[in-house]
Design a protein around this ligand. Structure first.
Ligand SMILES: [Zn+2]
Length: 357
């Protein structure tokens, strides 16, 4: 397998980036500062009741007009397509507010119409709020579709603080996965299967340091939540710089995608990814294995995930299926003995025995 030299391409970054407290009420000001005044809003179900009042007040103060709004329930690509091309012609910007679905819907609409997308996550359960991809239903299956980095990201830490615990733990799992993803990427590069981007890798490693070196592990602390948000955001941008999801997604994501397909009851993305990260770190003899184990223990991730363990039969099925998900994609799971070793770890490692039963 040969790879090509880097094409000379443009890298996008968010031009509007605000992380802090009380930001919802200021979104109107941020939009007007960028010359955007007619917006289409896509909400996660129920979210408008919670923060809609604060948002509208800011909009009124700055003469922002909402030309269209919708609660997002379904994310099949045909529906996004239909809604996008029926938006009022004077729409300046598309704003997604909520969890994964509303952001994905709005991000893809904006991509289709080549309009600025403002991402307003109300939880940090994964890195999708500032990544160049969207997760949509294509022919009934969840697929990652390229769509570009958001023009703006506004994170109100007051809202994040009140998001359900499961979202924070899922964010932790999605974030720690960079450890194994980066190992897979570097190994694929060393074997000549993949090109490597030193700067994107550096950013992704640094995004991990924000969480791991600070040694703050109490998920209820504001500094932890700010750190997690920043880490996820930077790792999303690392994907844009690399031109591939490699800095943020490797073997552990393959296992999670496989679980989405084969498990009777798939769990939230980052929870599956976090469990798989620990297993893949074992398989890789990853130099950061101890760090991963300690971080997931100290933050309470293991205890949280163990309250609703994954089904062992489903997990083993997913292990068989995972390396086949992406063609010509080297990860530790491509190694011949990995499957057998993984099954042994699932059966014998004391932590995995609690998480997968
Ligand atoms: Zn992820």
């Amino acid at each position: 397998m040969q790879y090509q030299f880097y094409p000379n391409r443009q890298i996008n970054i968010p031009y509007l980036l605000k992380i802090g407290y009380g930001k919802t009420a200021r979104i109107g000001k941020y939009l007007v500062d960028k010359g955007l005044s007619n917006v289409a809003l896509f909400w996660s179900e129920g979210m408008e009741d919670i923060i809609g009042g604060k948002l509208s007040k800011g909009f009124e103060q700055h003469d922002i007009e909402v030309v269209y709004k919708q609660d997002v329930k379904y994310i099949n690509i045909e529906e996004v397509d239909k809604v996008a091309f029926n938006l009022p012609r004077n729409t300046d910007a598309i704003v997604g507010i909520g969890g994964g679905k509303a952001l994905d819907f709005a991000k893809y609409c904006a991509h289709l119409l080549k309009k600025p997308f403002i991402s307003v996550p109300t939880s940090t359960s994964n890195d999708g709020f500032c990544s160049p991809n969207t997760s949509l239903l294509v022919d009934g299956r969840r697929k990652s579709v390229k769509s570009g980095i958001p023009f703006g990201v506004v994170v109100d830490l007051d809202v994040i603080r009140n998001s359900p615990k499961i979202c924070l733990y899922s964010g932790i799992g999605d974030m720690i996965s960079k450890v194994t993803a980066l190992w897979d990427w570097k190994s694929a590069f060393r074997k000549g299967y993949e090109r490597y981007n030193d700067f994107a890798a550096l950013m992704a490693y640094n995004s991990l340091d924000i969480l791991l070196i600070r040694r703050v592990t109490d998920i209820n602390l504001p500094e932890f939540q700010r750190g997690l948000t920043t880490s996820l955001l930077i790792s999303g941008i690392a994907m844009e710089i690399a031109g591939t999801s490699r800095p943020a997604s490797g073997s552990e994501h393959l296992i999670s995608h496989a679980l989405d397909d084969v498990a009777r009851r798939p769990r939230m993305h980052g929870l599956q990814v976090g469990v798989a990260t620990y297993l893949c770190a074992l398989l890789q003899n990853n130099p950061s294995l101890e760090g991963v184990r300690e971080f997931l223990r100290a933050t309470g991730f293991f205890d949280y995930a163990a309250q609703d363990p994954l089904n062992r039969e489903d997990f083993v099925k997913a292990l068989h299926f995972a390396p086949l998900i992406k063609k010509d994609y080297y990860t530790v799971l491509s190694e011949k003995e990995s499957l057998e070793r993984a099954i042994t770890y699932v059966e014998t490692d004391p932590i995995l025995k609690r998480l997968i039963q």
